[in-house]
Write a protein that binds this ligand. Structure first.
Ligand SMILES: C[S@@+](CC[C@H](N)C(=O)[O-])C[C@H]1O[C@@H](n2cnc3c(N)ncnc32)[C@H](O)[C@@H]1O
Ligand code: SF4
Ligand code: SF4
Length: 428
């Protein structure tokens, strides 16, 4: 199986600095043996490359990105002006009203790390006394300034018993209606000592069941921000909600390290070049080993599995020998007995009319065009469908069927796809 090479990546994670004011046990900052690392690539070089390559979403991360807020601010302005959507991963402890106002004005969203609702446990994980209160203060500032943000709790044995309490705290004390809970993976530089604190398969499953409980009992939206193999879940609800996130490293995404190294995934150590000497395009094109999926790239246990091309074997980094993490593959669940609930397609009438939403951008690819809506949804169309959308500001389902000589069902699929991607909207 081979993924198509897009002309440019769509999403980029940019690590602004390696340093942080916290030292979370589950983070590479804690496990660093080389002492303090400092310095970073010239932000102007990276910004120009991101703009030249028409990147749509850039996630600024670190270390702690807010440590370099005043340095990165002018480059954020440039990126936003060029139409790039920015989000920031932060522990929020340094978030000020001034920063929040800037983020609000530039439509920047935040993903805020909060390890636990119990201050002592939170501070034990971050290894910084008072960090719970600093982060909660940051969350309150984000809330007061009506920022678009959500909270991420990374879970190891240290905080696994506080997931439900943390969700309750976010809902009852902070008025939030969503939580992300992500199992702690072994950090890229973490030693095997970390594995004593990683969740067992049983604890991992309990974690996901707790998320289903939070969703049902507290009506909160829940998510988990990493890739889990399809055979890791033994209940329909957890399978349906948490095994559908797939790895897009090297396919639609890449990561830029603080020193300018370009990698397919932030957790990988392999660099495809440095932006001081190579263009982002050159690095992107040379990541072909992430686009070809064959048995050589999959763990031995996956070779005979019917689901291998949808599952891709879970996280490739965790499958590697470099950081052999706990991937939670479980052959006892094979063949996969659950089926994902298909999203319902709309059943449109022949005379239903659709309007092409203005402001769409299109970029040529080798296989057709990549479209981007004003809301930054990315979608793919053939050259013929693109020409049709350009020539017909409004069209009916019947027009579409006649033009492409397709069935009603196929037209429904196409119209549903374009509607969900905010490329068209129903007119009457
Ligand atoms: C490395 S942090 C850097 C940004 C910022 N300092 C923060 O904590 O959000 C980026 C994201 O990775 C998450 N993270 C850190 N260590 C992790 C681990 N071992 N497993 C899974 N996620 C982790 C953090 O919670 C955060 O959402
Ligand atoms: S706050 Fe973020 S970067 Fe800092 S140590 Fe924790 S996870 Fe790592
Ligand atoms: S055996 Fe491998 S490919 Fe199959 S579901 Fe498990 S992890 Fe995925």
């Amino acid at each position: 199986m081979r993924f198509r090479l897009l002309k440019n990546p769509i999403n980029v994670q940019w690590e602004l600095i390696p340093n942080c004011n916290y030292k979370c046990f589950h983070c590479y900052n804690y496990w660093r043996t080389e002492g303090n690392v400092s310095g970073h690539i010239d932000y102007g070089i990276v910004t120009s490359q991101l703009i030249e390559n028409h990147i749509f979403n850039v996630t600024l991360t670190g270390g702690e990105p807010l440590l370099v807020f005043s340095e990165i601010k002018p480059y954020i302005e440039k990126m936003v002006k060029a139409g790039i959507k920015i989000s920031i991963n932060t522990n929020a402890s340094l978030l000020s009203n001034e920063m929040a106002k800037f983020f609000k004005a530039n439509n920047i969203s935040l993903l805020i790390s909060l390890p636990c609702c119990v201050p002592e446990i939170n501070d034990k994980i971050t290894t910084v006394k008072g960090s719970f209160y600093s982060t909660v203060m940051g969350i309150n500032i984000a809330k007061q300034n009506k920022l678009n943000f959500s909270v991420n709790m990374v879970v190891s044995k240290l905080n696994k018993d506080y997931v439900i309490d943390t969700a309750k705290f976010l809902r009852n004390e902070l008025g939030l209606n969503a939580i992300n809970v992500t199992k702690a993976s072994r950090p890229i530089n973490g030693s095997s000592d970390f594995d004593d604190y990683a969740l067992t398969l049983k604890e991992f499953r309990e974690l996901l069941e707790n998320l289903i409980y939070i969703k049902k009992e507290y009506s909160m939206s829940v998510d988990s921000l990493t890739v889990y193999p399809e055979c890791s879940c033994d209940s329909f609800d957890t399978f349906n909600d948490f095994t559908q996130r797939k790895c897009f490293a090297g396919k639609t995404c890449l990561a830029i390290g603080y020193n300018g190294d370009v990698k397919a995934c932030a957790r990988d150590s392999k660099s495809y070049g440095n932006l001081n000497t190579k263009s982002l395009q050159e690095c992107w094109k040379s990541m072909d080993d992430w686009r070809i999926i064959d048995d050589l790239k999959l763990p031995q246990e996956c070779h005979d599995c019917d689901s291998k091309y949808s599952c891709l074997g879970g996280c490739r980094i965790e499958n590697s020998n470099e950081i052999p993490g706990k991937c939670y593959r479980d052959k006892a669940n094979l063949p996969i007995k659950f089926e994902i609930e298909a999203e319902k397609d709309f059943d449109y009438n022949l005379t239903d009319t659709f309007e092409v939403i203005s402001g769409l951008l299109f970029f040529e690819e080798n296989f057709g065009l990549r479209g981007v809506s004003l809301r930054k949804d990315v979608f793919f169309v053939t050259q013929q469908l693109y020409s049709f959308m350009v020539c017909h500001h409004t069209f009916s389902k019947e027009d579409l069927m006649k033009e492409f000589e397709i069935s009603s069902e196929y037209a429904n699929d196409t119209l549903t796809y374009l509607t969900k991607k905010n490329a068209i909207k129903k007119y009457n």
